[in-house]
Design a protein around this ligand. Structure first.
Ligand SMILES: CCCCCCCCCCCCC/C=C/[C@@H](O)[C@H](COP(=O)(O)O)NC(=O)CCCCC
Ligand SMILES: Nc1ncnc2c1ncn2[C@@H]1O[C@H](COP(=O)(O)OP(=O)(O)O)[C@@H](O)[C@H]1O
Ligand SMILES: [Ca+2]
Length: 602
């Protein structure tokens, strides 16, 4: 074995078998040798996927040393296994688990050299790993298991990897967002949510808002370029839909996500800013949906006690209502030469379309250039093009920056959408007979093409505007004045809660800023009010409503007429996109900064 030069090599034992261990620039591998020194099986771990190395024979959970001889060391690393689709974390990508191998060296000196070399390799090749994290746990999300998931799964792994964390268990909605917006974040390398898409959305709003505040940029003007955010967001899934996690990692599995955070993976993500007139309403990464998805969300809030099942139950109810809504949808098409929502490709880890988009979105950007030059270039790109317009009656209008795959729909709303290409897919489902719409919905759960239906169209876009035809505008104006009132009330804790405001239609105002915004859902008072809302609910109304509501990543928007704009690669997640099963990605530079010029090693 040689020190301070690569490769490093020696004999080691794993159990009773003899191996040749080798540390090269990017990999640590060990090859089994038979009695005649012939090579048998090799296990190879990229340095970027080593979690930690330690002297002795280590176990985690409980973390203790067993049989500590002075010739042993233990390697912890990412191990892949295929995932079955359809539940229990199963999905499109491989499940990750913590691999552990205990090595025995011929001498103590050699053991010390191995440990030192591996630690140096980790420091050199993985400079972007987080050391300190700010973690928000929503104890009420999903099946209410977030605390348990964090403490039994994520925390021991962070501790093993030497990551320290400051944990906040939320006591109200928007606490995580406000914390990120207002508190001192010095020393944190990332913010983590343990919860669902709603919790992720809080972190998203906090991180984007904070970054713009610090850069002195107003978020409200849709034509202003936003500053890309450097603080990474991590998601440990413990929610109801877990769409953002599923679509960026390939599974909704807490161990897999924790390991992505530990090794400091970095996945840029497109964000859609939603505006009403010249005010920012919200940001979205997965679904901005009107019609069916808006109605399902509005309905589901009344059944939150059901947990994740509330969406299935509400989905059935809303489907049976067979509603459709008038609207005018205008959109700014993306360049069709680059990609199309029907090109049957998949955005996978190291995606070429996304990495080429980085250069297109930020052509003048390199590590030494200013971020401001990124903004200017993106701005000029997006103002190009001619707006298109579609008017009609729709079952649903959906806009998604990513595939929005989730356990309910493993290929997602738009299976060929890209995570970081600066575009979103606009899906228009025109009014059709109930069976036609059921076929459309059902295809989300199979591999059949949901766009191959005569009443469905899909466009890759950079921006979208939604307006109501003239006759519906009156209703809308009424709703907007309600919304305004809602917002005023929300901002002032002295005023009465918003859910006391009478709803003009299916009670959706309840969601604008109902109890969910400020109190845990299990408060008795909240339940009582909800009962009243149920009675008023649009599903029981004789006259169907003329307008729906917008579902923006699981939050109901207070406006019907909105405009949306895609902000290419505005945030970064601790993720790497969906890995193709049966292969691991090797980056020619080592990991996150390769901008996708990677090759797949089966
Ligand atoms: C006959 C079978 C019909 C199945 C239809 C399946 C369609 C699934 C598409 C799902 C898209 C999901 C987009 C993500 C939305 C989430 O942001 C949002 C909030 O999630 P959470 O914070 O975890 O509660 N979830 C939804 O709006 C649920 C939509 C479910 C629609 C059935
Ligand atoms: N302590 C809390 N009490 C009430 N609401 C909360 C609390 N913490 C977070 N929230 C809100 O709960 C909503 C849903 O949380 P989420 O974790 O996404 O679960 P789910 O996936 O089940 O919807 C989020 O919009 C978030 O703002
Ligand atoms: Ca996109």
């Amino acid at each position: 074995m040689e020190i301070d030069s690569v490769p490093v090599e020696s004999s080691v034992w794993v159990g009773r078998k003899r191996y040749r261990a080798l540390l090269s620039r990017w990999y640590f591998s060990w090859t089994e040798l038979d009695k005649k020194n012939r090579e048998k099986k090799t296990v190879s771990v990229p340095i970027g996927e080593v979690v930690t190395v330690a002297e002795g024979r280590l176990e985690i959970q409980p973390q203790k040393r067993v049989e500590d001889t002075d010739r042993d060391f233990t390697l912890f690393y990412v191990k892949r296994s295929s995932s079955s689709s359809g539940g229990g974390g199963g999905g499109k990508g491989p499940l990750w688990s913590l691999g552990r191998t205990q090595f025995c060296c011929p001498s103590r000196n050699l053991r010390d050299q191995w440990v030192a070399q591996l630690k140096t390799a980790l420091k050199t090749h993985c400079p972007s790993r987080p050391h300190r994290l700010l973690v928000f746990i929503n104890p009420y999300g999903g099946k209410k298991r977030a605390k348990e998931i964090y403490h039994s799964i994520a925390a021991p792994l962070f501790e093993l990897a030497g990551i320290s964390s400051h944990v906040v268990v939320t006591e109200r909605a928007n606490q995580a967002r406000d914390h990120i917006l207002k508190k001192d974040l010095t020393g944190f390398d990332g913010v983590i949510c343990v919860g669902g898409d709603g919790m992720f959305s809080e972190l998203l709003h906090g991180v984007i808002g904070r970054t713009q505040q610090e850069a002195g940029i107003s978020e409200h003007d849709p034509t202003v370029m936003l500053q890309p955010c450097d603080l990474h967001i991590g998601i440990i899934p413990a929610g109801s839909t877990d769409c953002v996690c599923f679509a960026t990692v390939g599974v909704n599995d807490p161990v897999t996500s924790t390991l992505h955070i530990i090794i400091g993976d970095s996945q840029p993500l497109d964000v859609c800013s939603v505006h009403h007139q010249s005010t920012l309403v919200r940001y979205s990464v997965s679904l901005v949906g009107y019609g069916f998805y808006g109605d399902v969300l509005a309905e589901s809030e009344r059944h939150r006690w059901m947990g994740p099942l509330r969406y299935d139950y509400s989905g059935c109810l809303v489907y049976l209502c067979n509603r459709s809504y008038q609207g005018i949808v205008q959109y700014l098409p993306a360049d069709p030469q680059i990609s199309s929502p029907r090109d049957n490709t998949r955005c996978l880890s190291g995606c070429r379309v996304c990495s080429e988009s980085t250069e297109r979105l930020f052509p003048h950007f390199d590590s030494s250039s200013s971020i401001y030059s990124r903004q200017i270039s993106q701005y000029s790109n997006e103002s190009n093009g001619e707006w298109m317009s579609v008017e009609g009656r729709f079952k649903c209008v959906s806009l998604t920056c990513m595939s929005s795959s989730c356990p309910r729909s493993p290929d997602g709303l738009s299976p060929s959408a890209h995570l970081a290409d600066g575009t979103a897919d606009l899906i228009l489902v025109r009014d059709t007979h109930p069976l036609g719409f059921l076929t459309y919905l059902h295809r989300h759960t199979t591999t059949q093409d949901q766009f191959d239906l005569p009443f469905v169209e899909v466009h890759r876009v950079k921006a979208v505007r939604f307006t109501l035809p003239l006759e519906d505008e009156e209703v809308c104006e009424y709703e907007e004045s309600e919304a305004q009132r809602t917002e005023e009330v929300l901002g002032d804790p002295e005023k009465p809660p918003v859910d006391e405001i009478e709803s003009c239609r299916d009670g959706s105002q309840h969601d604008l800023a109902g109890k969910r915004q400020d109190e845990p859902w299990n408060k008795k008072k909240g339940r009582k009010r909800k009962k009243k809302q149920d009675f008023l609910c649009g599903l029981c109304c004789r006259k169907p409503p003329t307008v729906s509501v917008w579902n923006c990543d699981g939050e109901i928007l207070p406006y019907t007429e909105i405009s949306c704009r895609v902000r290419g690669q505005l945030v970064r997640l601790f993720a790497r996109g969906i890995e193709e099963k049966g292969g691991t990605w090797k980056c020619h530079k080592g990991s996150r900064n390769c901008k996708g010029r990677c090759v797949l090693h089966p």
